[in-house]
Ligand binder design. Structure first.
Ligand SMILES: [Zn+2]
Length: 205
């Protein structure tokens, strides 16, 4: 199967390397626990996910309630657990802010991605032209009764964000690599989406 522009890592995860100063990862099936143990050494912020529209700004590690978060702080991971739901990675390349959103059917219908971009603009004064989005592996519209991909693209464009990468990798079609909640009738297995800001670029002027 195609995973481009993600790169496969033998340790059992995918890595996206196009965003400078940012680490973007997605763990594969059966690798979640070892992957998480690895991330925890560096610090993890996680979400008690409730299929809501709630997005918050965080400044450090911890477990927060909601389905999306943003940070401009370096050195720890933002993580979201998924199996068919769409994880949206967010990067403001100018303001050096990252974000991660858990956009399932319910969250998408409640406009969670629109909320995340709106919070990015409010709190960090982001210009939508500097904002980049990447869609993680998730269930495609042929395998599910709802099109999370097109609806989230619509919400992003409505907010003025047009740099959107959707590799269109379907979890339900590749259960050798991914868990699929729908294909596997409610599996408890989850993959981890993770993003970390490594470098805070300081402009001297
Ligand atoms: Zn599919």
């Amino acid at each position: 199967m195609k995973i481009n522009p993600w790169k496969y890592k033998e340790e059992g995860y995918l890595e996206f390397t196009d965003w400078q100063g940012v680490k973007v990862l997605f763990s594969l099936r059966n690798k979640t626990q070892t992957f998480l143990n690895h991330l925890r050494h560096q610090g993890v912020a996680s979400l008690h996910q409730i299929h809501s529209d709630k997005v918050i700004t965080v400044n450090g590690t911890g477990n927060y309630e909601g389905d999306g978060f943003l940070t401009d702080k370096t050195g720890f991971w933002l993580t979201v657990f998924v199996a068919d739901c769409l994880p949206v990675y967010i990067y403001d390349a100018d303001k050096k802010v990252i974000g991660l959103v858990h956009a399932g059917k319910k969250g998408t219908q409640q406009f969670i991605l629109r909320n995340a971009i709106s919070l990015l603009i409010q709190e960090f004064n982001s210009n939508p032209n500097d904002v980049f989005l990447l869609f993680g592996p998730s269930i495609c519209p042929k395998c599910y009764d709802y099109n999370m991909w097109s609806e989230n693209i619509r919400q992003a464009k409505e907010m003025g964000v047009s740099h959107i990468i959707n590799p269109e990798i379907c979890t339900a079609e590749s259960t050798d690599m991914f868990y699929s909640y729908n294909r596997e009738k409610g599996t408890k297995g989850r993959m981890v989406s993770a993003i970390k800001l490594n470098i805070k670029v300081i402009n001297f002027s």
